[in-house]
Design a protein around this ligand. Structure first.
Ligand code: PHE
Length: 498
């Protein structure tokens, strides 16, 4: 759920909580004492609907400007082309591409069995409209509703999703995900053996993928990657898992074959790495809504890349969706990541570009071609160093992002609490940068993190790299943006500039 750039999350969580009291009420992590101010808050208008705001609200205007662009369905947009390519791998599925991005905490987290203390729920990671309503952080927010509608065995969902995140060439707070699921209704089979037989013959129908696949782990593991013993027999878990893996191997081979064709026909000089054949590897993983779970990684141009997460759907989720007799698998992936590989797009900001030099390069009726970068404008790096304010009670560290403890909440409504918000989080700084300089920033990296041995004060230094995709930024423009960011850091966090 959560990605940090170079500074570790724990560095920030170890900071004094007194900083919290210095934060501006409207935008940052707030203590309970600010609740009295809630009544003065103005509602947020999203998609023509008005939503009340409260102390949880943390959506800055630039995020709302992205809402509603629907890039994944824009004709000839690379994200739409990538979506269609994936849909073509699942011709029998129903494809949902127009689900609203405003969802409830229940849809996004509780219905999927997210633990009450899951870090993804925190205001440092998620854009809240108010305590109960947020901008979806993943397409899985719609799983229960789509399963409940029970209109097809298989579906895909493509949609814009939102996460407070780092600023760099592969992270953007608004991006797109696609997920898919396939379920079988046990009641459609006379006996359990009939169902298992059906799964086995479906598996036998898969052509072997023409790619090397590494799968070192057993189909499930009692501790590391448990089957749902209460609900699934070992044979069932194994067959559903195998069907999932074969389906997704077929999908990535389709995508990467297109990427490879685009590379071969690009006229670019190919390196040895470019010629390295694609490989697939399965790695055990954890998601609150699947078990067993895996991540698929692909070997592409000299690196193992995480492509998707998937697993056997948690049966309690299907029970909650009123389809208790169904069993199946689900996967989710980031569309930008695949589109960047497919077209060779170097910077995630480009997807939002309205520049015809970008948009005119993509045609959904033609074979995929590599993106030809238009002139790159010069980068203007500027550093900002500051002391964090000292004193104040220490904030307890929230569980690490990778915490994989299964949810004790198991889909029950959990009351969110503001007190879990850490005092200062790198994502808050990222947001100051984005809100001030928008898409003129390419990257923000922590380059120094120092604790004074005597005073115990903490100093941080960030390098902000300014580079517009559309024009050369003058020195004055870069300086002026940087100065605004410096001042904003003082006003919001009470830092002392160095
Ligand atoms: N929702 C998961 C995420 O955003 C991805 C996923 C979807 C995993 C479906 C398993 C099944 O990380």
């Amino acid at each position: 759920m959560l990605q940090l750039s170079t500074c570790s999350r724990s560095t920030f969580l170890a900071l004094p909580a007194g900083i919290r009291s210095l934060l501006k009420p409207q935008t940052l992590a707030l203590g309970r004492r600010y609740r009295s101010e809630d009544t003065s808050r103005r509602p947020l208008i999203i998609d023509g609907r008005s939503y009340p705001t409260d102390a949880w609200t943390n959506i800055p205007p630039p995020i709302l400007d992205h809402y509603g662009r629907k890039l994944h369905v824009q004709p000839n947009h690379p994200l739409s082309i990538t979506r269609k390519l994936i849909e073509s791998c699942f011709p029998e599925f129903q494809h949902h591409n127009a689900l609203s991005g405003v969802v409830t905490v229940d849809q996004n987290f509780n219905s999927l069995g997210f633990a009450a203390d899951h870090p993804g729920r925190s205001r440092t990671d998620t854009y809240y409209i108010n305590k109960d309503t947020l901008l979806r952080t993943h397409t899985s927010a719609h799983e229960v509703d789509v399963f409940r509608s029970n209109t097809s065995n298989g579906y895909t969902i493509a949609a814009d999703v939102y996460r407070r995140d780092a600023v760099d060439r592969t992270h953007y707070p608004a991006f797109h995900q696609m997920e898919g699921a396939l379920t079988w209704d046990r009641n459609h089979f006379k006996t359990t053996d009939d169902f298992l037989h059906h799964l086995s013959s479906a598996l036998a129908n898969f052509k072997p993928p023409n790619v090397e696949v590494e799968d070192a782990n057993p189909p499930f593991h009692p501790e590391r990657n448990p089957p749902q013993e209460k609900h699934h027999s070992p044979e069932e878990a194994e067959l559903v898992g195998a069907h999932l893996k074969r389906s997704l191997e077929h999908m990535v081979v389709t995508i990467f074959t297109e990427a490879d064709k685009a590379l071969q026909s690009s006229g670019l000089e190919l390196t040895a790495e470019d010629k390295d054949p694609l490989k697939v590897r399965w790695v055990e993983s954890f998601f609150p809504h699947t078990s067993p779970s895996w991540e698929m990684e692909v070997w592409w141009r000299g690196d193992w890349l995480e492509v998707l997460g998937c697993g056997v759907i948690e049966q309690p989720l299907l029970i909650r969706s009123d389809v208790p007799s169904r069993v199946g698998w689900a996967f989710g992936l980031g569309l930008e990541r695949l589109a960047m590989l497919l077209f060779g797009i170097p910077d995630i900001r480009l997807f939002w570009s309205k520049d015809s030099r970008f948009l005119s390069q993509f045609d959904e009726n033609k074979p995929i071609r590599r993106f030809q970068p238009f002139s790159k404008y010069p980068a203007a790096p500027r550093d900002v160093a500051f002391w964090l304010p000292k004193s104040g009670p220490v904030v307890a560290e929230t569980p690490a992002a990778t915490s994989t403890a299964p949810s004790p909440a198991g889909g029950k409504q959990t009351e969110p609490t503001l007190d879990t918000a850490p005092a200062f989080h790198e994502n808050d700084l990222m947001e100051v940068v984005r809100s001030t300089a928008g898409d003129s920033v390419e990257d923000v990296t922590c380059i120094d993190n120092f604790k004074h041995p005597k005073t115990g004060r903490q100093s941080l230094c960030y390098r902000v790299t300014y580079r517009s995709l559309e024009k050369t930024l003058t020195n004055e423009e870069a300086n002026s943006l940087h100065e605004q960011i410096r001042q904003e850091l003082v006003t919001r966090f009470g830092v002392e500039l160095r």
